[in-house]
Design a protein around this ligand. Structure first.
Ligand code: NAI
Ligand code: MG
Length: 365
């Protein structure tokens, strides 16, 4: 039996509540399907700071590097507002992303049929929506140098951020985009602003070259990122995979996310480069939402974003495609049955808590 090593980092606030529902799934899959998951648990965020003064310990960092995949809950909360910048809860997540070199951030926007009516867009625009935004996560303007505020001495200051992309960074993110597209509807739309940015000129050129060299079976289109934002709201179903840089991806993925309703529904994956010997990738899976201190401890958090993140883990880290499909179908099915956590509640539906929602999904699997 294959061993599949998972590191669970539940974190703070509703993180542990949502993770508890994933643990039920892992236990069930081990017991009933011989899935061979081996789990370890670690501390990240505020709870780690409380335990040992760091937002993630070196020992837990080593476990993350050794695991086949990391499942991450959420970190932060008002309790840690005053802690020093370097050890604030978010620093733990940033360290994981940096040391695991998780350059590819996958944010699916899927509209479950049962929720189409509650979207802020017209039901026909979002019904059946299933797109994937791929955001470059370790380069671009958030990291480029120089990055500083200079005192100009005349009462003026200058704030500088620098957008930098090298060929290899664009090649590897576009490679992931084309490979993902092949497992979906085989279409990639690359978004940049080559009309006003040099890094955009290079982005477009390298994506096109990568396509020509290795992925010409995939349909590739290019779109200016601002127009892309418009198209995402106008007719999102025209897209399959969208690949874009760190800054545009940050915004476009948030826009796409909201097409589908509640924050409590949105999963994500962050992937590293494949290992040269084994071909396996470092990977971290987490819900898009934060620690939701306003509802933590009440048993009302929606566990679906965390559970859907686990489905992505099955799909992308373990190639358990059937199992991932089955889990996503179980989520759709409980929604079809009218079960709703508080954040999704609408008239005529049945309100359930975190545990009952998790149990219902386990039962449907
Ligand atoms: P948030 O995502 O924690 O909450 C925003 C709103 O959505 C709240 O009203 C919350 O109750 C609701 N919500 C979020 N997830 C939900 C779920 N699963 N079910 C039901 N309702 C849900 O964002 P906020 O309030 O801006 O930040 C709270 C804390 O989380 C802060 O300390 C922030 O720094 C941290 N944070 C951590 C992230 C992470 O761990 N990756 C990401 C975003 C924020
Ligand atoms: Mg954002």
């Amino acid at each position: 039996m294959a061993t599949r090593k998972l590191l669970l980092l539940p974190g703070d606030g509703i993180g542990p509540e949502a993770m508890a529902e994933v643990k039920k799934l892992i236990d069930m899959m081990n017991a009933d399907f011989n899935a061979g998951f081996e789990t370890e648990e670690g501390l990240v965020g505020g709870c780690a700071y409380d335990a040992h003064g760091q937002s993630i310990s070196d020992a837990d960092m080593d476990k993350a590097m050794a695991a086949d995949a990391v499942l991450f809950g959420a970190v932060g909360g008002p309790k840690w507002d005053g802690v020093p910048y370097e050890v604030r809860p978010e620093a733990g997540l940033l360290r994981l992303r940096k040391e695991m070199e998780l350059f590819a951030n996958l944010r699916p926007a899927i509209c479950y049929p049962a929720l189409a009516a509650t979207s802020s867009l017209k039901p026909e625009v979002v019904e059946g929506l299933d797109i994937l935004i791929l955001r470059e996560l370790t380069g671009g303007v958030y990291f480029g140098e120089p990055k500083e505020i200079i005192d100009l001495g005349n009462g003026q200051k200058r704030g500088i951020d620098t957008q930098v992309y090298d060929t290899y960074e664009i090649e590897r993110i576009s490679g992931v985009a084309f490979e993902l597209a092949r497992t979906r509807s085989n279409r990639v739309c690359s978004m940049e602003k080559h009309n006003v940015m040099k890094s955009g000129v290079l982005w477009k050129e390298v994506v096109a070259n990568t396509h020509k060299a290795k992925y010409s079976d995939v349909e590739l289109t290019h779109m200016l990122a601002d127009a892309g934002g418009m198209q995402l709201v106008r007719w999102p179903k025209q897209f399959d995979v969208i690949v874009t840089d760190n800054l545009f991806g940050d915004m476009l993925s948030d826009v796409a996310a909201m097409l589908t309703g509640s924050l409590g529904m949105l999963p994500s994956a962050s992937l590293g480069a494949p290992d040269e010997k084994t071909g396996s990738r470092k990977a971290l899976y987490e819900p898009v939402h934060g620690s939701a201190p306003d509802i933590a401890g009440q048993g009302i958090a929606n566990p679906i974003a965390m559970i859907a993140s686990f489905a992505m883990c099955l799909r992308y880290s373990f190639n358990m495609v059937e199992e991932a499909d089955r889990l996503e179908k179980a989520i759709a099915s409980v929604l079809d049955d009218g079960l709703r956590t508080k954040d999704l509640m609408s008239e005529g539906m049945t309100e359930v808590g975190t545990t009952a929602m998790g149990d219902a999904i386990v039962a449907k699997y």
